[in-house]
Design a protein around this ligand. Structure first.
Ligand code: ZN
Length: 80
């Protein structure tokens, strides 16, 4: 469950060293920006708003904050 937070996204981005992504939705070509802060378990991220194309077409960028998640993340990242 993703919990959107009432917080300035630039403050959030710098706090967790997240990159704000911009670009076009591959389905409807609308301009998207990941400017909604969210927390998911021990992950912290930014997502674009749901503009009608569904969750699959919203953009997300996130980073782990917990020690265990960071280890798992390193394994995932090294296998990509
Ligand atoms: Zn779209």
């Amino acid at each position: 469950m993703i919990v959107p937070l009432e917080m300035d996204y630039l403050t959030w981005a710098s706090k967790y060293n997240l990159r704000v992504k911009t670009g076009k939705c591959v389905k409807c070509e609308r301009e998207l920006i990941t400017n909604i802060p969210f927390a998911l378990k021990s992950y912290r991220g930014l997502k674009s708003e749901d503009h009608g194309c569904g969750e699959k077409y919203t953009w997300k960028t996130f980073k782990p904050t917990g020690v265990k998640e960071k280890e798992q993340w390193a394994i995932i990242a090294s296998s990509m």
